[in-house]
Each structure stands twice: as C-alpha cells, then as structure tokens.
Design a protein around this ligand. Structure first.
Ligand code: ADP
Length: 158
C-alpha cells in the first residue's frame, strides 16, 4: 500500500487542491490530506469545519483521509508510515518557497521525498486566499470551489 501525505492549510479546499488529490491518487493508493491547524494564520474555517467539508466533498472515499496537524510534517509522515509528501506547483512563483521547504524537510528526514504536481491550467491562478477575499466581498466563487465550500463561505459572510 503506498500512501502520500498532502499537507497544507486548505482554508478552504479549492478545485485546485481537489485536482492535485485526484492526480496523486493516480500514483498512490491512498492520500492523507494533512490540514495545518495554523493558529498563527487565524484561519477562516476551524480545523473541524475544514475536515468536515473535505470528508463531505470526497464523499468518505476510503482512499482519502483528512486529519489535522500542528507539529512538524516530517513527524506526521513518520507517524502515518508514509515517505512521500505531495505539493502543488501553480507557477514559478511557488517554486522558491516549495524548494526551501522540501530541502528543510529533507535535512530533517532524509528518506522523506517531496513530489510536485501541477494542476489543470485553469486552476493555476487559484488560491484559497483569493477565494476568501472574493467571497468576503460577496463575489461569485462557484467556478473555484466545490458547492459545499461555496455554501460554507456564504454562511460565513452573510
Ligand atoms: P499553504 O501551505 O501555502 O497554506 P495551501 O493550503 O493553500 O498552502 O495549499 C497546499 C498545497 O496545495 C500547496 O502545495 C499549494 O501550492 C497547493 N495548491 C494551492 N492551491 C493550488 C491550486 N490552485 N492548484 C494546485 N495546487 C495548489
């Protein structure tokens, strides 16, 4: 059984994230979506809300697990028995930060590899922060997120 960890904030999960999860499932048997609690970032959605949304969106697909984490991703990967991290690369601008993170993680855990997947071109401009911003101003986000997240955003900003 091969298992990859897909870490991020997912505040909220977008169609770009879903695209990456689906691509990862072409390579790995299971994907664990590891949701950073991110207290410092003051997330819009609580960890529980994000887990609940993800479970509903993937309709409890047995290959996908959503969990929260607050420590080091290298420790989580070890706990989960996985040696692969999946990250999305949207544009060159993501590269610098991702390269730095992958290198730091490798320094801490030499056997843990990071792999990078690119989403469909139409999602390459999409980010959770822009979705939050558009929704907060009453804009339409149905092209960018699952209907479950769209409804949750409407509820938050009503
Ligand atoms: P961060 O760790 O920057 O808060 P996010 O939670 O937004 O990251 O995203 C987690 C991972 O998903 C990161 O690797 C990020 O590059 C990737 N990602 C975010 N949005 C998209 C998208 N639209 N298409 C592909 N990958 C994405």
């Amino acid at each position: 059984m091969s298992k990859a960890i897909y870490p991020g904030t997912f505040d909220p999960l977008t169609l770009g994230h879903i695209d990456i999860v689906e691509r990862a499932l072409h390579i790995f048997d299971e994907v664990t979506i590891a949701i950073a609690v991110s207290e410092k970032k003051v997330p819009l959605f609580s960890l529980e809300e994000r887990i609940d949304q993800i479970e509903k969106i993937f309709d409890n697909d047995k290959r996908i697990q959503a969990i929260g984490f607050s420590g080091l991703i290298v420790d989580l990967a070890q706990e989960q028995g996985s040696n692969v991290l999946v990250r999305g690369l949207r544009a060159v601008s993501d590269f610098e930060y991702e390269f730095q993170m992958a290198s730091m993680n490798r320094a801490m855990s030499p056997d843990l590899d990071s792999i990078f997947l690119t989403p469909k071109a139409k999602y390459s401009f999409l980010s959770s922060s822009l979705v939050r911003e558009i929704a907060s101003m009453g804009g339409e986000v149905s092209e960018f997120v699952d209907p479950i997240v769209e409804a949750a955003l409407k509820e938050k900003f009503k």
